[in-house]
Design a protein around this ligand. Structure first.
Ligand code: SAM
Length: 282
């Protein structure tokens, strides 16, 4: 990023902070909400908030984030961050532990979509002691699959494998989509529908699901800005049900939140987790 982009990021963050403070005051919430929706003030607010607003789809949000993304998902600090974060489980990981702890000993394969360098494998294995025969296969960007292979070799870890082929998810016992559902376009339910054999269990964790219609936005994290889909919760669940899954459980991933100024319908006070199981064929 050049100096102009740095300045713009500072201005956007300052504006968001000020408006966020106004929202805290009595009546402020309504004022900002009105400004965010009124025909005259909404474009001004949008211009001041730059990438920190709602977009119709992921490509639009990606285009808004790109000048400020500092490499986005490919940034080296993103990999280091995931490894650091998974040194110990985050609160929402315990919901995943709960659902897989009694099943995993009978499984052959977990497919980890957006699994970075396999950070969750290392973290979960410390708690669940995976069987030697289990394959944990990660799908991610080439930079992370290459780095993940190198790390797995360094650790002598044969259970952890990497792929760039989505079809390898076919027939997996579990498809795990942790912190990643919102990065895929076309959406993951379309990807799953195309698999010759759908995974039996499907765990989605740490995704920003919203009450309003599905849109896209940009998360502003330290030095990284990444575009994401904000899925409408009911629509997402219905889409997985339509391809044969049954919702078994849901939880809040309270360690993460996402806010759009003046638009609570597009905000997620906490991220979400969902557990689906493939319904037996009649
Ligand atoms: C927030 S991280 C989640 C890491 C890990 N699953 C966890 O929960 O800690 C999101 C991951 O999705 C990956 N990702 C984003 N877009 C992707 C794409 N189009 N194809 C493959 N991986 C992608 C990123 O590289 C990153 O590793």
């Amino acid at each position: 990023m050049g100096p102009l982009q740095h300045l713009r990021v500072k201005q956007i963050r300052f504006t968001a902070r000020v408006l966020g403070c106004v929202e805290e005051f009595s009546g402020g919430n309504r004022l900002i909400r009105t400004m965010a929706h009124a025909r005259l003030t909404a474009p001004i607010l949008n211009a001041m908030l730059g990438y920190q607003r709602v977009f119709d789809d992921l490509p639009q949000a990606v285009a808004a984030a790109n000048p400020y993304s500092s490499g986005g998902h490919d940034a080296m600090e993103a990999g280091a961050l995931h490894l650091r974060l998974s040194k110990s489980p985050r609160p929402s990981d315990y919901a995943v532990f709960y659902h897989i702890q009694n099943l995993v000993s009978g499984w052959s394969k977990i497919f980890d979509l957006g699994g970075n360098v396999g950070n969750l494998f290392y973290c979960y294995n410390r708690y669940l002691n995976f069987p030697p025969s289990l394959v944990w296969q990660v799908y991610d960007l080439p930079k992370w699959t290459d780095e993940g292979r190198r790390l797995a070799e360094e650790h002598g870890e044969k259970r952890l494998q990497f792929t760039r082929n989505w079809e390898d998810a076919s027939g997996a016992d579990l498809l795990l989509v942790s912190g990643a559902l919102h990065f895929f376009d076309p959406p993951v339910y379309h990807m799953v529908a195309e698999l010759p054999e759908k995974p039996i269990h499907l765990l989605i964790n740490r995704s920003p699901l919203i009450a309003g219609p599905t849109k896209a936005a940009v998360q502003d994290n330290d030095n990284l800005r990444t575009a994401r889909v904000l899925h409408n919760r009911a629509e997402l669940i219905a889409a997985f049900e339509a391809i044969g899954y049954e919702l078994m459980d849901s939880w809040q991933a309270a360690e993460l939140a996402f806010k759009i100024i003046g638009k609570p319908e597009f905000s997620a006070p906490s991220y979400s987790g969902l557990y689906f199981r493939l319904k037996p064929q009649a």
